[in-house]
Design a protein around this ligand. Structure first.
Ligand SMILES: Cc1cc2nc3c(=O)[nH]c(=O)nc-3n(C[C@H](O)[C@H](O)[C@H](O)COP(=O)(O)OP(=O)(O)OC[C@H]3O[C@@H](n4cnc5c(N)ncnc54)[C@H](O)[C@@H]3O)c2cc1C
Length: 383
């Protein structure tokens, strides 16, 4: 095995979260090894739609919305830095997001959002049907009104998922593809590293669990990690010139325009275990939602279907921070619908903890202990 034999940190999982943590930790001078059992970035991180849209997604004010807004504020500099470090343009787009009312039954939800978001001082505008079609002429004439979130942006998450492992590597981390960790090694109430599927071991000063939907499968953790896969299907159509500038959302479907002329329609939300099947039900539902937003899409070439597994938790919040009983075991998982948005913030926050510093954001609401007590780790040679 080449590279660092006994690093400061082993990160289990090479999605955007694991790689963002590795990049920040390595830039701060720690030796870091990322273990990815498949191809780095190829799971949820590649499958996502890339919306950076705390306000369009928000159902209520609170600490988590504040965290998402803080993450959004990091994005312009983060996207520029990743571009400089890797030469990959991650397609950061700042045209904003529209949320449409297309049916009478949609009106109340949008009116409620507008009311609490304006009361909270958030940046949201209400557009008439005419104003909506002035800014996005491809929107259906059935539109009743829309909310516009000028600060909700997007990134090309496929580009990001490809760039972040490179950026972690350029920062000095070693990203190992095709290497699966099966257990954490335990030693006197601490973790000592990880055991690999081939029987090998990597000893490390700290372990970061960043395995997305699979995080809870790691053996030897001091507590069950309640991360559950939440399946999402997507379809892409082609539209040149691009149909929209904004991300365009409705209560049934969202459309994300890519610079290359693709329009991504997403996404289903299905609790079906680890299945990643694309189904007629899912595709039909997405196409109906897409055409309801933009009737012209009825004749657009359908170019791709795919799906991915969002790492969900019982309360929909991520799991971030140290294990309270095992100080050198850290969690960075359960990012559900917001992992692309939260990647730069998670990277910085977890790296701060690894360095023994206080993160710039309050992570207490996201502690693993909210799911109940764990067990004390005993000295063990077998993980
Ligand atoms: C359909 C869909 C749409 C989405 N849209 C958005 C969006 O618009 N905006 C947004 O912010 N977020 C969105 N998300 C959510 C976002 O994609 C995820 O929250 C984010 O990608 C999670 O990143 P991750 O690195 O934790 O997980 P993943 O990308 O799944 O990476 C985890 C990695 O860990 C590896 N791994 C697991 N266990 C082990 C092990 N034991 N050893 C080695 N490797 C291991 C896996 O192989 C995997 O590559 C969407 C997700 C989906 C599915």
């Amino acid at each position: 095995m080449s590279g660092v034999g006994s690093p400061d940190v082993v990160v289990v999982g090479g999605g955007v979260i694991g790689c963002a943590v590795a990049r920040c930790a390595a830039r701060a001078g720690l030796s870091v090894v990322v273990l990815e059992r498949g191809v780095p970035g190829a799971e949820a991180s590649r499958a996502a739609a890339g919306m950076l849209s705390p306000l369009a997604e928000a159902k209520e004010p609170g600490a988590f919305l504040d965290l998402l807004i803080a993450a959004r504020a990091l994005y312009p500099a983060f996207a520029a830095a990743i571009g400089e470090e890797t030469g990959i343009d991650v397609g950061y787009g700042d045209a904003g997001t529209l949320f449409l009312s297309l049916r009478e039954e949609d009106d109340a939800e949008l009116a409620h959002r507008f009311a609490w978001q304006t009361a909270a001082g958030l940046c949201v505008e209400r557009l008439t049907a005419g104003e909506t079609r002035d800014v996005e002429p491809a929107v259906s004439p059935a539109v009743r009104f829309a909310l516009r979130f000028p600060g909700d942006h997007q990134v090309d998450n496929r580009a990001l998922a490809a760039a972040l492992p490179l950026a972690a590597g350029r920062a000095g981390a070693e990203v190992r593809s095709g290497v699966e960790a099966v257990a954490v090694l335990r030693e006197g109430g601490r973790v000592a590293g990880v055991e690999l599927a081939d029987g090998g071991r990597i000893h490390a000063g700290a372990v970061v669990v960043a395995g997305g939907s699979w995080a809870g499968r790691l053996r030897g953790l001091p507590r069950p990690l309640p991360v559950e896969p939440v399946h999402g299907q997507l379809v892409a159509m082609e539209s040149t010139p691009p149909l929209f500038r904004h991300v365009v959302d409705s209560p049934r479907c969202y459309l994300v325009p890519r610079a290359c002329g693709r329009v991504i329609a997403g996404a289903t939300v299905e609790r079906v275990g680890f299945s990643k099947s694309v189904t007629p039900w899912g595709v039909r539902r997405l196409l109906e939602g897409a055409v309801e937003i933009a009737p012209a899409l009825d004749h657009a070439p359908l170019v791709e279907t795919w799906s991915g597994l969002r790492p969900g938790t019982p309360d929909g919040l991520p799991i971030l921070g140290r294990d309270p009983g095992v100080p050198n075991l850290l969690y960075a998982t359960g990012h559900f619908r917001n992992g692309i948005l939260l990647a730069p913030l998670t990277g910085e926050a977890i790296a701060a903890l690894l360095l023994g510093e206080a993160p710039a954001w309050a992570l207490e609401p996201y502690g693993v202990e909210r799911f109940g007590p764990g067990t004390v780790l005993e000295t063990s040679a077998d993980g």
